[in-house]
Design a binder for this molecule. Sequence first.
Ligand SMILES: [Zn+2]
Length: 396
Amino acid sequence: MKQAALDAWVQNQERLSCVTRQELETLQLKKLNQLLQREKERGGFYGNLPFRLDSLEGVKELPFTTEEDLRREGNKMVLLSQSLIERVRTENTSGTTGTAKRIYYSEADQNRTVSFFAAGLSELVHKGEKTMICMPFSGARGLGELISEAVCQLEAIPVKVGIGRTYGELLDILEEEKPETFVGMPIPLLSLLRLKPENSLQRALISADVCPKGIQKEIEMRLGSRLYPHYGSREMGLAGAVTCPAFQGMHLRENDILAEIVDKEGNPLPVGCWGELVITTLQAEAMPLIRYRTGDYTRFYAEPCPCGSVLHRLDQVSRMEKEQSLAELDEKLFSVSGVIDYQTTLTEKGILVEGYGTAPLEMPGIFNWRGHPVEYRWRLVKKEDKPCYLGKRRIL
Ligand SMILES: [Zn+2]
């Protein structure tokens, strides 16, 4: 099997002769100690941590950084002066959770993200081809813009679609641009493929939301190729882990991110066990995080990857708190072939599912979900309809 592009990237970025576990871990410890030194000199949020560790194991003795810390004291975690900040990303909040999380990035941080994106995308984006980017375009070097930069680095052509377009508009873009690849969220891709089974799309990278197994299978069947899942978050500079030619999990950019899996109490778990992903962003210039509890639930594969890479692989990633997740319901409802999309609302009577499809839909046989009675309202899809969720799918 050919070497994963990510391995070549790590080797190149770090000027390593080859990427072995030992070389990686030596590099991680070196970067971690440089980071602790910077923190000590800056005297900010992490100023009280030791300035040096003798081994990577020592990181397990350091305190966690929680989402609450990030909300309340995030500004103390910024190590650069304001003039060197290129971009700030603020989470979308409903306004009920108090202060929003803000993550800061320098130009170098953003360039690193583009470079990682280009490595991951090089597995599926070919020179001269078009890539349809259905991710948010939010001004100077937003997510969509960074993906576009990466596509251009590969000498391919970005088709900047964004999110929130109607199905009519999306189908027109497919017709006129004839893109070969797609980058976006899984359900909007499935909807498109169901609305227009005959189209130019051949390959896709999916990110930003859970992709239940049944949905992945159908997308792969319709594309005629395997899906390339990617995992990232604002806290890790949007770029985290991406699949390889073996399509078994997503390899982490471990040269930049020191990752651990812990249980609910924060105890480290052995490789192979499911738990919460904790990250230390070794490479972040503007706002490094040390032992940040991501709230994401996953595991490392225990076995070596058939592609030969030694980089840890993440399994499927979902949120730790599952109450609002739609993955299970998505798996069931999208098993009905005419479903295009739906949204759910928690009402006094139970769960209301309002959706649209390509044909009059029968009840999918779920009258009760997690103890809630379910009411369905289906109608025929129109050109003016849009994907029901612009971000992660959840019960509203
Ligand atoms: Zn692999």
